[in-house]
Design a protein around this ligand. Structure first.
Ligand SMILES: CC(C)(COP(=O)(O)OP(=O)(O)OC[C@H]1O[C@@H](n2cnc3c(N)ncnc32)[C@H](O)[C@@H]1OP(=O)(O)O)[C@@H](O)C(=O)NCCC(=O)NCCS
Length: 170
């Protein structure tokens, strides 16, 4: 299996992967919204491919932390097709995301999801490092941070999801 950045020919496959993994179409609309926005980072829209089949996808995009004016990366959605879950594809996509974001000099990654899954990658509650969840978030235990090499503890505030990306889901 390889993990590589998406290209223009991958959009339909990505939509299928995300629709199948989440069992809805709202989540792939978030991915499309991210891609169409200035929050998109092409090198962090990653596809997992095995024997010519696209089986997983993860995307990261910029959200705001207010009143700090810096934009920070939030990971997600992460999706693996149901037929190939629990074989390490999600882990491979997450590890590649962390490596590439770190190489870009990003200070941190945010994520909203299950702590039981994301804890293994070093994600912990964001509020304990001074970044409060956005109002739409399910709860502080689900809103997590992964500091990277360029982490700056002065980066504090409330995360705000841009309406042109995550807005579609809320
Ligand atoms: C969550 C998801 C991305 C994980 O990817 P995956 O390729 O199936 O998982 P991996 O094989 O990389 O990781 C396997 C490990 O994660 C655990 N795991 C898998 N899904 C999990 C979940 N939803 N919650 C907690 N742990 C989970 C497994 O128990 C396994 O750990 P173990 O080997 O120690 O038992 C995938 O199951 C998926 O697409 N789910 C539906 C969409 C979703 O919920 N996405 C995440 C929210 S943004």
């Amino acid at each position: 299996m390889i993990v590589r950045a998406e290209g223009p020919d991958d959009h339909e496959d990505i939509r299928r992967i995300v629709d199948e993994a989440f069992g809805d179409t709202i989540t792939s609309a978030i991915v499309d919204g991210i891609r169409a926005s200035d929050r998109f980072v092409p090198e962090l829209s990653l596809v997992a491919v095995s024997e010519g089949q696209s089986l997983g996808h993860v995307i990261s995009s910029y959200v705001d932390v207010v009143p700090d004016t810096r934009r920070v990366l939030q990971v997600g959605p992460l999706a693996v097709v149901p037929s190939h879950q629990r074989r390490g594809i999600g882990i491979a996509l997450m590890l590649a995301t962390i490596r590439i974001a770190d190489e870009r000099g990003e200070p941190l990654l945010l994520i909203e999801g299950n702590p039981a899954y994301y804890g293994r990658f070093g994600f912990t509650r964001a509020d304990e490092r001074g970044i409060e969840m956005p109002p739409e978030s399910r709860g502080p235990q689900f809103f997590m941070i992964r500091p990277l090499g360029a982490y700056d503890p002065r980066l504090r505030g409330r995360a705000v999801y841009p309406p042109e990306t995550f807005g579609v889901a809320y």
